[in-house]
Design a protein around this ligand. Structure first.
Ligand SMILES: Nc1nc2c(c(=O)[nH]1)N[C@H]1C(S)=C(S)[C@@H](COP(=O)(O)OP(=O)(O)OC[C@H]3O[C@@H](n4cnc5c(=O)[nH]c(N)nc54)[C@H](O)[C@@H]3O)O[C@H]1N2
Ligand SMILES: Nc1nc2c(c(=O)[nH]1)N[C@H]1C(S)=C(S)[C@@H](COP(=O)(O)OP(=O)(O)OC[C@H]3O[C@@H](n4cnc5c(=O)[nH]c(N)nc54)[C@H](O)[C@@H]3O)O[C@H]1N2
Ligand code: SF4
Ligand SMILES: [Mo]
Length: 693
């Protein structure tokens, strides 16, 4: 039996793998793991279907004309190294870009960032977490001086007397976490969900606010206005633990409840009831997720919810405060160790001379040789073929998951050379010049950091299939061909120990979190600066991470959805997840069980809207936005607003529709709201066979 963690989301449920004759024969939930206590969702419980999958890549592939043909490792590595040299000599170091993912282990995320800066000396690196966590991360850093998704352990959710979930649907996206919500409700807690859809999460709660997509900032400011007007502000907390409230007080002065009702569609009575519930609870929490965050004003939106949590005196109190529900398997660790454009390990800033000196010291290189910050994920994809001529892509499938994806596909087509590392031939890998096959979860050692900031061990249960290598081996082999091999060890534990040294003294300090302590069963949350430090399950009890120890209020004003509806595009399109599929679907669409459970993308449309458009359940429709159109079938449901259409993004084509308008601070795209037209795709008048000769 091998104790490890699920390959998918940031809940990182504990699992046990049973092996026989070198193959994994069973996967079960690990009862002793404190977040899932043995529970698994259908994605986790079917993860074995992907290990020995017939479509698994087991050899490097090289493009010959229109075909990708199997070649040996040396041929593929030599070719990629030669292309790196050619492109860099001709266009400079930044012309080779790197694009990573929040599913990579800490060791890989760290090593990929180092590979870009030390082996390639390129500023061009970013990753898909930009599309996921960046708005919440930017807002938390701004307000608290540190960004850890949940600043408390997950079971604290059960301690909140009132809990507000804003744009978060854990009943579908993290089902085993629901036990903590249920435990809270059994204790008598009141749960309120803010979502344009009446989701499974909303159905389990006591109250549902159903705003127009993209109006969460106005909603949060409106609640704060009522809190001030009704004398609900915790003045003592505001005075002793925060700065900047006066400006925020002024900024929300005109956010009258009836005005907020007109903007958001949430009735004044519900606004009042919500803020009074939060203020009168002994312990109250506000959790945001992608519904509130994936907007062009996502950072300010999260800030508005943080302002409310601070004004009510919640942040840092037991069972209380704002938090964000991180998404990808290593969504937390993946954003701390340097695969982000502006970042060095330990959540340090690449532009900070002291940070550069520290990390360059650990790496044994000259600080001046480190490039300066590069551009964010979408901007990097948008520069393919112009500034960036060659891309090394791994752990992301942007032709399905990036916004304005048809444009991204064209940019990728214009590259001189594309290298993709994956275990399946994803839609992005199909476009590559070289594909490297890599290890899956059960075949590798490493660490991940879950949504609570808890560091976990991923453990190897079986050998990878012959022909497959880990990214650490791939980057070492490439670096060696570029004359820098000695900087890139291949043993995950050695890489992790270096990461500990590089993170020491930074905001995300892992120095005291050794594999020995983790393997001995210690529960360790960062920051943990030394071997005898117990780690930090709860942040902010006394101090925030800014130099003065105080949290900062920030005045923010609603800008609204950038794309207005009009007669041509009269409805709002929002996107997100369905229960059976994961992200770009490379993995789950290949699971026979999950593919059968949800074979295609279904657009949710209110029956009244369907009637208005002459549509019925199951009809094929064309969704058209200002960028592209896509054909999907509709599912009529009363759970969605009449003016809104929802589509899960797990299938190619959906993201051709979405807007790449970026948040000015986090560079998060506006995935969650754009204007759309809906029209029926006429059934063919006759099938070709019936056409008379
Ligand atoms: N089944 C499944 N689970 C997953 C994943 C997956 O792909 N599939 N991915 C993982 C990852 S990486 C992530 S980031 C998490 C995401 O987890 P969630 O954030 O829970 O997932 P989403 O479905 O993207 O968005 C949540 C809700 O936001 C609502 N929403 C849309 N627009 C708005 C808006 O303007 N305002 C508000 N308030 N709500 C809005 C949607 O209706 C949706 O119900 O899930 C993780 N878990
Ligand atoms: N419209 C819309 N678009 C969205 C979102 C939305 O809500 N709406 N959500 C956004 C969010 S929150 C996210 S997180 C992104 C995610 O979208 P992507 O970045 O595309 O993420 P995945 O589909 O998880 O891509 C992972 C790819 O890498 C492979 N892979 C998995 N693990 C590894 C590994 O360890 N190494 C390597 N080399 N490959 C691996 C998988 O097989 C898959 O092909 O999508 C974003 N796109
Ligand atoms: S909730 Fe997330 S971590 Fe848990 S089994 Fe499902 S996909 Fe895996
Ligand atoms: Mo995500």
């Amino acid at each position: 039996m091998t104790a490890t963690h699920c390959p998918y989301c940031s809940l990182q449920c504990g699992i046990e793998l049973e092996t026989r004759a070198g193959a994994v024969t069973a996967l079960t939930g690990l009862e002793s793991f404190p977040t899932n206590r043995g529970g698994l969702c259908r994605k986790g419980s079917t993860a074995l279907e992907l290990l020995a999958h017939p479509e698994r890549l087991t050899s490097p592939l090289l493009r010959v004309g229109d075909e990708l043909v199997p070649v040996d490792w040396d041929t593929a590595l030599d070719r990629v190294a030669a292309e790196i040299r050619r492109v860099q000599e001709r266009y400079g170091p930044d012309a080779v870009g790197c694009f990573g993912g929040g599913g990579l282990t800490n060791e890989k995320a760290y090593q990929f960032g180092k590979f870009a800066r030390v082996a390639l000396r390129s500023a061009s690196i970013d990753y898909n977490g930009r599309f996921c966590m960046s708005s919440a991360a930017a807002a938390a850093t701004r307000s608290f001086g540190i960004d850890r998704g949940l600043p408390f352990p997950l079971p604290d959710i059960a301690e909140a007397d009132v809990l507000l979930l804003v744009g978060s649907n854990p009943a579908d996206t993290m089902p085993p976490a629901m036990r903590w919500f249920e435990a809270g409700r059994e204790r008598g807690a009141e749960h309120i969900v803010v979502d344009p859809r009446y989701t499974a999460t909303a159905a389990a709660a006591h109250r549902h606010l159903q705003p127009v997509p993209g109006t969460d900032l106005a909603l949060a400011n409106g609640l704060l206005h009522i809190a001030i007007a009704d004398g609900l502000v915790d003045e003592e907390y505001v005075r002793t633990r925060t700065t900047g409230f006066d400006e925020v007080r002024r900024a929300v002065r005109a956010d009258w409840p009836d005005r907020v009702e007109r903007t958001t569609g949430v009735p004044v009575a519900a606004l009042r009831a919500t803020v009074h519930a939060l203020a009168s609870a002994g312990q109250a929490m506000i959790l945001t997720a992608r519904g509130a965050e994936q907007h062009a004003d996502g950072t300010d939106t999260v800030t508005a919810w943080i302002n409310l949590a601070l004004a009510l005196g919640l942040q840092g109190r037991p069972g209380s405060g704002w938090a964000t529900v991180t998404g990808q398997g290593n969504g937390q660790g993946g954003r701390e160790h340097g695969q982000k454009a502006d970042q060095l390990p330990g959540y340090r800033k690449l532009a900070d001379p002291a940070a550069r000196a520290h990390v360059a010291g650990v790496w044994g290189v000259d600080p001046d040789s480190l490039p300066q910050p590069g551009v964010s994920a979408y901007e990097l994809l948008d520069s393919l073929g112009t500034d960036v001529k060659m891309l090394l892509l791994g752990a992301s499938n942007p032709v399905v998951s990036a916004p304005n994806a048809a444009h991204v596909r064209r940019r990728m087509e214009s590259l001189d050379f594309l290298v993709v590392t994956d275990f399946f031939l994803s839609e992005s890998a199909r476009m590559a010049d070289v594909v490297f096959p890599t290890t899956q979860f059960a075949e590798e050692e490493g660490t991940l950091t879950n949504l609570e900031g808890r560091v976990l061990r991923r453990r190897k249960a079986v050998e990878p299939p012959a022909g497959v290598r880990s990214e650490l081996e791939i980057w070492h082999a490439l670096a060696a061909r570029l004359g820098r091999g000695e900087f890139f060890p291949t043993e995950p534990r050695e890489v992790y120990d270096e990461l500990r040294r590089a993170s020491a003294g930074g905001p995300a300090d892992y120095a005291g979190i050794s594999w020995e302590r983790l393997d001995a069963g210690e529960e360790l949350f960062w920051p943990c600066p030394s071997d005898d430090h117990p780690g930090t399950p709860r942040l902010f009890a006394e101090l925030f991470a800014h130099p003065d120890g105080k949290a900062r209020f920030m005045a923010v004003t609603p800008r609204g959805v950038t794309e207005r509806t009009d007669v041509t595009y009269p409805f709002l399109l929002t996107t997100g997840r369905s229960r059976a599929h994961y992200q770009s679907g490379t993995q789950t669409r290949r699971s026979p069980t999950l593919a059968a459970a949800e074979p295609e993308a279904l657009a949710e449309v209110h029956p009244d809207l369907a009637r208005l458009l002459g549509l019925t359940d199951g009809d094929l429709v064309r969704l058209t936005t200002r960028r592209a159109s896509a054909e999907v079938r509709i599912r009529c449901t009363r759970t969605i607003r009449r003016d809104t259409v929802f589509v899960p993004f797990h299938w190619p084509g959906v993201n051709d529709l979405t807007s790449a308008r970026l948040d000015p601070t986090s560079r998060m795209p506006e995935f969650k709201a754009c204007a759309v037209a809906v029209s029926r795709v006429p059934a063919p008048l006759s099938t070709p066979q019936e056409v008379p000769a």
